[in-house]
Design a protein around this ligand. Structure first.
Ligand code: PLP
Length: 278
């Protein structure tokens, strides 16, 4: 059994299912991320937790950031229990702070943390390049990467390496952070002004997403279906858990620059939620 955050990135749930592994969902708060108390409780209930997968920085979909003190406790807890921590850090480059967010890996003294990140979210969706610091499993990770997908093609790696070495990547990230902040703030304002009473959200300090709580009685599945009929795609909360506990939420992507098309899509969504809430 693998302990994961709840809600969590649906791709992780799909990977675990395809590997025949069970996900144990640990509640997460929109402010401070993974609940360490719930994790401690889980290990007292289940003695077969083989790994913890977490996104301490800008969790997808919540956008939560674990305080550094929690990251220290999480790393220590995993070490004390002999449970490897797999850290997904693919969004921290979009964080809206002057100093970079620390990864939990920064407190790893024994190689118990497997750190993963990529440029896929931060540079361009088509550039599927990432990296892993595999700690004490690094050689095994290298072997599995080679066995499962062979090395990545050289050209894109060389191009990204040069972009990073010449400072272009840092400049790009600075612009991206400002653009994403404006897009998140604008989208949150539109939601506050046009969605029905009872809609709630917490504005994250980075990332592409807003995790929106729907008014009482409105389900994400119904919103998804109505919006899709009108050509608008929104991620229903249901995708982010194996249980129906997130059906009262939708995840709105703010990664597309503001345009009349995006304004129209938000209007379509707002109208669908109004109809369902009536
Ligand atoms: C939280 C999270 N982790 C991992 C991934 C996968 O990253 P990549 O596309 O770089 O393989 C995604 C991508 O959608 C993601 O949102």
């Amino acid at each position: 059994m693998i302990a994961v955050e709840s809600p969590t990135y649906y791709g992780l749930l799909q990977i675990l299912e395809s590997l025949g592994m069970r996900a144990l969902e640990i509640p997460c708060s929109p402010q401070t991320g993974l609940s360490l108390e719930a994790l401690e409780l889980a290990v007292r209930t289940y003695d077969n937790i083989r790994a913890v997968v977490a996104m301490p920085n800008l969790q997808n979909p919540l956008g939560s950031i674990m305080p550094d003190a929690h990251k220290v406790r999480l790393v220590q807890w995993c070490e004390d229990h002999g449970v490897p921590l797999i850290e997904d850090d693919c969004l921290s480059g979009t964080a809206d702070f002057d100093t970079p967010l620390a990864a939990a890996k920064a407190w790893d003294r024994t190689g118990n943390v497997i750190y993963c990140s990529s440029v896929h979210k931060m540079l361009a969706p088509g550039v599927r390049l990432g990296w892993i610091a595999g700690g004490k499993w690094h050689a095994r990770v290298e072997m599995l990467k080679f066995a499962l997908s062979r090395p990545n093609e050289m050209l894109s790696q060389a191009a990204v390496a040069e972009f990073m070495a010449t400072g272009g990547y840092e400049r790009h990230l600075r612009r991206l952070r400002v653009a994403l902040r404006q897009q998140r703030e604008w989208t949150a304002q539109v939601i506050a002004a046009t969605f029905p009473a009872g809609t709630r959200l917490t504005l994250p300090r980075g990332g592409f997403h807003l995790w929106v709580e729907l008014p009482e009685g409105v389900t994400s599945e119904a919103v998804f279906e109505q919006a899709l009929r009108e050509g608008v795609y929104v991620a229903p909360g249901l995708m982010f858990s194996n249980s129906p506990r997130c059906d009262g939420f939708i995840r709105i992507n703010c990664g597309t620059p503001r345009s009349t098309r995006v304004e129209h899509a938000l209007g379509t969504l707002a109208a669908a939620v109004h109809r369902l809430a009536a």
